[in-house]
Design a protein around this ligand. Structure first.
Ligand code: DXP
Ligand SMILES: NCC(=O)COP(=O)(O)O
Length: 241
């Protein structure tokens, strides 16, 4: 089976920092520690409301990292300008609602096709690998194909919050979607809400090449330390593969 990369999302280190202002804990320090512990890349979501990652974090991450940075961003002119200025390895276009607690669903790439097309093109021309954060849905994959996106990331939030047969059904949807994307030359990734308990079946989907995991790892770090949490996640992923 092809290798499975782990992208560690450090957003919620910034959430803790921002709770008190100042610059502690530093998400860049967490990112470097994550890499040391085995992360293959770092993910950071610069939300429009800057509730966790801020503009200066992106600049600092770009300067400090020796592994790929995956910048998660809404499909806005402001975010496009920031992505084109920094040129991270990858930009994952995500849906954003200012009042949401977290990213509640996938990007509606099918409906937003006309707005996304110039953005995907501009990022691609700049050498940024574009990813679309979508539901595991045929219409969305079809839109990603027509947009020429090289990567899709399937939103695993629904899977993560289900149990029993409904979870098995959602897993099947993700697995079928990954196979369809791969058959069409798109690299499938997955993420959102993944934990030690639920990561195995997602990691076992052979076409999936990268998982992006954040909130659980930062929470688990309180109990075992960030490096240990990442190493254990890596072990769960490898065992499933
Ligand atoms: C798109 C995505 O799934 C991540 O960016 C994650 O959502 C980060 O955490 P918040 O949603 O809490 O900002
Ligand atoms: N794209 C998903 C991501 O980066 C991390 O999501 P979560 O593990 O913080 O839920």
């Amino acid at each position: 089976m092809p290798p499975l990369r782990l992208g560690v999302n450090i957003d919620h280190v910034a959430t803790i920092r921002n709770a008190r202002g100042g610059d502690f804990p530093d998400p860049v320090r967490a990112a470097l520690m994550a890499v040391e512990a085995g992360a293959d890349g770092i993910t950071a979501h610069l939300r429009e409301d800057r509730r966790h990652i801020r503009d200066e974090d992106i600049a600092s991450l770009m300067a400090a990292l020796t592994v790929p940075l995956n910048l998660e961003m809404a499909a806005t002119d402001e975010m496009l300008e920031i992505a084109l200025r920094h040129k991270p390895h990858a930009a994952c276009i995500v849906p954003e609602k200012r009042e949401e607690r977290t990213t509640e669903g996938g990007l509606d790439a099918a409906r937003q096709f006309d707005a996304l097309a110039p953005m995907v093109r501009a990022l691609g021309y700049a050498g940024v690998r574009v990813s679309l954060f979508i539901e595991p849905d045929v219409a969305q994959i079809d839109a990603a194909i027509r947009l020429g996106a090289p990567v899709v990331e399937f939103h695993t939030g629904r899977y993560a919050h289900l149990d029993g047969q409904p979870r098995a059904d959602e897993l099947r949807r993700i697995s079928d979607a990954a196979a369809l994307a791969a058959r069409n030359g798109i690299e499938p990734h997955a993420g959102h809400g993944l934990t030690f308990e639920n990561v195995g079946p997602i990691a076992a989907i052979p076409q999936i090449r990268e998982l992006n995991i954040g909130h659980f790892l930062v929470g688990e770090a309180i109990f075992t330390g960030l490096a240990d949490a990442i190493r254990t996640m890596r072990a769960h992923m490898d065992a499933a593969r």
